[in-house]
Design a protein. Structure first.
Ligand SMILES: *Cc1c(COP(=O)(O)O)cnc(C)c1O
Length: 368
């Protein structure tokens, strides 16, 4: 069997550093908002070439806290991609605002900047580009539109740790970036975790207050805050993992190059990488008209795949109240029907990569 992503082998490759980090926290006697979180915030801000980093409980909360810190709420609209993990939309809903979907570019799967202006209304307050599958969205035109129309830009970086846009690491192209350290992400904790990076000091300070009960001084509450702190243990584990992020991403990139070379000429839509992007291959997503048959044939020969994602956010029961019926976002709907993610990961063996290549070639040829 070729697993989709072998999380256990990723952790065990660093057993010693992770155990040492655990012991350091255990022995410290301090478990919430201490040295480990402070140091991780400095190290991750440096890594992202951003001025500030604030550790929070998870990626969804990172998005929510930024929107709250931007004073976005009921009556406001926020532009989101029509094809993203639902967390991007949920964050907008949780602050009481309305997500307004915009269709993606067919080749990159990221929000199409040329379609954003048509979705802007007097209520629009912000745009959330998502760097989907590990590839940066085209930030320059998005930032230009935001500047012209007076909008904030919050990037969802949950799938794109260490990716570069025009040579610069993601971290502060827009007003802020929300990060997730869910175990399956390129930088993953052993549990939940998240962060916000930004160059805006006032915004960072508001998020620090919001994440800790709206309080700067214990038992004095300035605003209606949250309990959404990155905990000391996860921060210590992430500090052990951050130095390995580039190496893991390089291994993912080498697998992606092998797939791209091996599948060129097959009847299969392959991921396209624009000149401005250095992706980190969180996922390797192909498209096929008979996606479900292809997935079944691969499973039959021991190759695990996944679908990111099977149902478009606007067609989820959770968003039935928006009244965006079937057919309202056709580009996204077609993608959701055809995308398939192949195995890729920082510890995937050459033998497994070869097995995936051989299996995909046979299965695609048989479907032609
Ligand atoms: C994983 C993910 C999130 C949410 O992160 P959690 O830490 O699971 O809350 C948000 N957006 C995208 C695009 C994601 O992939």
């Amino acid at each position: 069997m070729v697993p989709f992503l072998d999380l256990k082998s990723i952790q065990l490759a660093q057993r010693e550093e992770l155990t040492a980090a655990f012991n350091r926290v255990l022995d410290s006697g301090w478990y919430i908002l201490g040295q480990e979180v402070t140091r991780f915030e400095q190290e991750y801000a440096d890594h992202c070439q951003a001025k500030h980093c604030v550790g929070v409980a998870n990626g969804l909360d990172a998005l929510v806290l930024v929107l709250r810190a931007m004073d976005i709420g009921p009556g406001d609209e926020v532009i989101v991609p029509s094809n993203t993990y639902i967390a991007t939309w949920l964050a907008v809903s949780h602050v009481g605002a309305t997500p307004v979907p915009v269709e993606p570019d067919e080749r990159t799967y990221n929000i199409d900047p040329a379609r954003i202006e048509a979705a802007i209304t007097p209520r629009t307050k912000a745009i959330i580009p998502v760097h989907l599958y590990g590839q940066p969205a085209d930030m320059a035109p998005i930032l230009a539109i935001a500047k012209k129309r007076g909008l904030r830009v919050l990037e969802d970086g949950a799938q794109a740790h260490a990716a570069r846009y025009q040579g610069q690491r993601l971290g502060a192209h827009g007003d802020a970036v929300a990060w997730s350290f869910y175990p399956g992400k390129n930088l993953g904790a052993i549990g939940d975790g998240g962060a916000v990076t930004t160059n805006d000091e006032a915004l960072a300070q508001r998020i620090r207050v919001l994440r800790n009960y709206g309080s700067q001084v214990k038992y004095h509450n300035e605003v209606i805050g949250y309990n959404s702190r990155l905990d000391e243990l996860q921060a210590a584990l992430l500090r052990a993992k951050l130095p390995q992020l580039e190496r893991g991403n390089q291994h993912r990139a080498s697998i992606a190059q092998r797939y791209l070379a091996a599948f060129a000429g097959l009847d299969l839509v392959l991921p396209a990488v624009p000149a401005f992007a250095e992706p980190v291959w969180h996922l390797f997503v192909v498209r096929h008209r008979q996606r479900d048959v292809l997935a079944k044939r691969l499973a039959d020969v021991g190759v695990a795949t996944m679908i990111h994602y099977p149902v478009a956010p606007h067609l989820q029961p959770a968003y039935a109240t928006l009244g965006l019926g079937k057919g309202s976002f056709p580009i996204s709907e077609a993608m959701h029907a055809e995308v398939l993610s192949l195995p890729i990961g920082p510890t995937q063996s050459d033998a497994d990569t070869e097995q995936v290549i051989a299996a995909v070639k046979v299965a695609v040829a048989a479907l032609a």
